[in-house]
Design a protein around this ligand. Sequence first.
Ligand code: NOJ
Length: 569
Amino acid sequence: MSTHPWYKSAIIYQIYPRSFQDTTGDGIGDLRGIINRLDYVASLGITAVWLNPVYPSPNDDNGYDVSDYRGIMLEFGTMADFDELLTGLHARGIKLVMDLVVNHSSDEHRWFQESRKSRDNEYRDYYHWWPAEKGTPPARFSYFDPTGGWTYDETTNAYYLHYFGHKQPDLNWQNPKVREEVKDVMRFWLDKGVDGFRMDAFQFVGKDTTYPELPPTTAANAVAVYGLRPEVHGYLREIKREVMDHYDAFTVAEGAGSTIQDAVDLSSPEREELNMVYHFEIADYAAKKERFDLIGLKALFTKWDQGLAGKGWDSIYLGNHDVPRMVSKYGNDSPEHRVASAKCLNTLLLTMRGTTFTYQGDELGMTNVDWPTIEPYRDLQARNQYKTALERGDDMNEHLSFLNKFSRDNARTPVQWSDKSNAGFTTAEPWIGVNPNYRSINVVAQEADPNSVLHHFRQLTALRKAYPVLVHGGYEPILPEDGRIFAYVRTLDEASLFVAMNWSEETVDCVLPELFVGGRPLVDNYGSANGEEDIDSNEVNYSSLNLQTSSFCLSPWQAVVLQSSTPKP
Ligand code: NOJ
């Protein structure tokens, strides 16, 4: 019996409901769509689902602007649907993690509607206000609003603060009543049986309410300037003590401060704050470069692993709803290399130490879009960026190719279920365009193909469950200075596995550590899985591997997990 908490070995699958499956014919995914796909979700071998926000919202930021923390968005269904979804997941042994969006609410939330009515309204201090008679407020950055983080509100002749869009006013966490409200909301969902929270933008909840002048801020330094003020640690402890300690559930906050020490402080068990961190350093790595450098990327994985080893706990991810598709960003989405490189990236995700998160569609190797105009874009960030670039007189072709590579909408195109119209996502016009490559990249096709990214993903989840060393074991990088090979040994007590991946389009030689000479592959993305996901009974054709000497050859994007010749459990 493992003494580790369950969330450490959780294999989390992220569902962005708006783009998962429509059943009502309005072009928008819904909870019934997820319920209808539960057998598929379970078949992936995942053990928990993180659901992006499903609460009522005017959808200025696709649900990250909540107007009622205790309800379900009309477009997504009803609370009865939610309860059925939760029951259906639990019946399949899958936990449910909710998104908790409490750095800000929607401006359409009742609290804000009240707050803006008068300066002496009982909800006034639920938000941050700056009276206009004091002059212009000290500049604050906004991630989504190019005019800045304060918006003037005529009714009370005052400005309110928002680090995101102007329809997302920031809540005032200094006010104990706000904290009580949030804790009550958490209890509401925990009492329903949810298993955890992903706390949106949480590093920003602490604010100095004297509103001092701060250094000039952009997206690049916003976390350093605004993030993780000391009081955030106190808020987290209060939540842990008063709420989380009473349930078998976990918390992960989006963002982890600016340093490893911040992440340790947030996630080390003795400090009783969070259960794990979800940092951005890898997702942001070379976010705007044509091609990232593998040596640097490996160094980041090593830095985070070593920094948190024995002290805190990390999340492992390469994709989510805020970043481009992982295979387009880190792999190679050309017809020749997409399958192998998507499998290679999934091999990394499911063999690293930490809790692993897979974004919907990455189990299929879904790719970025290639849209020629701004019209198909739906994300307020992309549309605002476009407007700003236009006003600045930028080369708009260049800007569009930037959006095609980096926009959040890349991850938000509908899940590709089949080669039928709209990829089987909806019978109506989808709220966001379907990637035209759905005709070849889709679930039905991949179910039928034993060599698909999908079957390989299932092999990997089975592997991770069968080998606790992959979750908890130490991580020793091999060949850290090699620009094409990403390799490491994972060790736990007597158990040891070697992961070797070729992150390039060339065939390369890789060193084989002595322990693994004569060993056997457990998973090989060049082997055929024969549609069989049971790791031990798998009949795999590994003819491409020769493991008899101290080096072996890896084909383009080949990724293997090897067991030593004298395996220990
Ligand atoms: C992070 C969420 O992941 C993103 O989608 C959202 O726009 C911002 N936080 C604001 O809530």
